[in-house]
Design a protein around this ligand. Structure first.
Ligand SMILES: CC(C)(COP(=O)(O)OP(=O)(O)OC[C@H]1O[C@@H](n2cnc3c(N)ncnc32)[C@H](O)[C@@H]1OP(=O)(O)O)[C@@H](O)C(=O)NCCC(=O)NCCS
Length: 216
């Protein structure tokens, strides 16, 4: 195809975070072809880029790389599974040039987005299809599973373990060595000093349980 280019990118999800990922992609010099979104009329313009079609139209753009810009871990997982039913898309890993990290002390999976101002130090693993939003501090030996969302200004102390599908609200601090189990969600501004159970929504300092969540 004559319009093929190895830096071509399609962003799945044209909401607010989709715009931020377009902004990040531009900073990386990528050629953003546009968005796929099931809830926005194809042909609409979002942040100067076209909505190209529905999510399942992705094979028309299989010469591109893809990234899912949808904050909810559960929805992001469903979208990846839906896209992969056709065949496996080529997912990009996007790291903002203003994130501070070294490739040889970090293992990041495909589909993962690391935003500006985030600092990752030594021996860190971040799984596939994660979002580590702006200005987070990720300490040594932190392990993050797949489909995890970390909101702006989160602090993860050394050796914290974040299992698959966890969502952490902005400005939250997690004490060193703590484990946050699969599918848990933490509200904005919380302080987490003890291990958290799976699929539970907690908020505050000390954290209180708001409700059980659907299994991740
Ligand atoms: C935790 C959260 C998901 C709860 O949302 P919700 O289910 O709509 O909950 P409600 O707003 O109905 O609040 C329920 C109770 O929890 C309390 N609460 C909600 N969020 C809280 C927070 N972050 N810290 C402390 N208490 C909180 C409310 O005051 C309320 O208490 P009450 O029952 O005593 O009145 C939401 O408040 C939150 O923090 N979302 C994350 C936001 C964020 O970080 N976004 C990232 C943007 S990039």
């Amino acid at each position: 195809m004559d319009h093929e280019n190895s830096s071509d990118l399609v962003i799945v999800g044209a909401s607010g975070f989709g715009k931020e990922v377009a902004w990040l992609s531009r900073r990386l010099g990528l050629n953003v072809k546009g968005f796929l979104d099931d809830g926005i009329e194809p042909g609409s313009i979002v942040f100067n880029y076209p909505v190209l079609g529905r999510i399942l139209d992705w094979p028309e753009y299989s010469f591109c790389k893809f990234v899912i810009a949808i904050a909810s871990p559960r929805v992001r997982k469903i979208v990846v599974e839906k896209m992969s039913q056709v065949r496996s898309p080529d997912f990009a890993t996007l790291v903002d040039p203003a994130a501070i990290l070294e490739d040889d002390s970090l293992d990041i999976g495909p589909g993962t987005i690391v935003c500006a101002g985030t600092i990752c130090t030594a021996d860190i693993v971040i799984g596939s299809h994660c979002i580590v939003n702006k200005a987070c501090s990720i300490g040594h030996d932190v392990k993050i599973g797949e489909f995890v969302t970390i909101s702006p200004k989160v602090m993860l102390g050394g050796s914290v373990l974040i299992e698959h599908g966890v969502e952490i609200g902005a400005m939250t601090a997690v004490q060193q060595g703590v484990k946050v189990s699969q599918g848990a969600m933490i509200g904005m501004g919380s302080v987490i000093r003890k291990n958290l159970p799976a699929n539970t929504l907690v908020v505050g300092n000390p954290p209180k349980t708001l409700r059980k969540l659907k299994e991740f």
